[in-house]
Design a protein around this ligand. Structure first.
Ligand SMILES: [Mg+2]
Length: 248
């Protein structure tokens, strides 16, 4: 068991759970029974708290983990208590935000795709999630769009158009998953949560994530000098690397 004050900080999707799945019971038990006695544990997910709770078997997760950072840390729980909450509308102001949303709606109205469904812009606390096909599509439509987008660059082209239209708006674009991309203020990636950990006295912060390559949502925090990054391929790999790291 390490004698240092260590935090193991985990991405959720693809790291603690298989993509868009719930955490498996044996892995959950491993985290709470084997890892938690060795060090402090935290989660930093890009999704909102509702989705994190779904994947982690309920809102109890905010009590079971020492730190839970939803939406990259814009929503922050410590020991089961909400500490901070920031929103994109507070940060940007309604006027600027609405100008951006209106342009997106206009752009999407002119995109022709093999199939188009609904929920094209999902407004989250700290980001907009924009999906040209619409988030209410089925799994097979989702798979088809991903293949179509690889050839036709629908998402990439839209991001280029947004950059051109709003050169100084201070927003970052990130293509993730199969059907959408995220838009959030510059710096609001997963490194955002690290400011909350600065006064907590950790000697080492180990971050585990699956999307650590350029463009992936774990890239910035994986490379941040305040963390020791661990790239994983799936929950089984996370488990193996934890056993190695903590010598358990
Ligand atoms: Mg992930």
């Amino acid at each position: 068991m390490p004698s240092k004050k260590i935090l193991c900080l985990f991405d959720v999707d693809g790291t603690l759970t298989k993509p868009r799945n719930k955490i498996e019971p044996h892995f959950e038990e491993f985290i709470y029974k084997k890892i938690k006695p060795c060090c402090l544990i935290g989660i930093v997910g890009g999704s909102d708290m509702k989705k994190i709770a779904e994947q982690m078997n309920g809102y109890e997760v905010i009590k079971k983990f020492d730190y839970v950072f939803a939406e990259n840390g814009l929503v922050y729980f410590k020991n089961g208590v909400e500490v901070a909450r920031v929103s994109i509308q507070k940060h940007m102001g309604e006027q600027k935000l609405q100008k951006f949303i209106n342009y997106c709606l206009g752009y999407l109205a002119k995109v022709y795709l093999p199939v188009k469904r609904g929920t094209f812009i999902e407004f989250r606390n700290g980001m907009l999630n924009i999906s040209p096909i619409g988030r209410s599509c089925s799994q097979s439509e989702r798979d088809d769009f991903e293949r179509y987008d690889k050839v036709n660059h629908v998402r990439k082209d839209m991001i280029e158009a947004l950059r051109k239209e709003f050169p100084d708006i201070g927003l970052t674009y990130s293509i993730g998953g199969q059907i959408s991309f995220d838009v959030f203020p510059d710096g609001w990636d997963k490194t955002y949560c690290l400011q909350h950990l600065e006064g907590e006295g950790f000697e080492e912060i180990h971050f585990f994530g699956d999307k650590t390559d350029i463009g992936g949502n774990d890239h910035e925090i994986f490379h941040d000098s305040r963390t020791i990054g661990h790239k994983v391929v799936d929950p089984d790999d996370t488990k193996m690397q934890l056993i190695d790291l903590l010598a358990i």
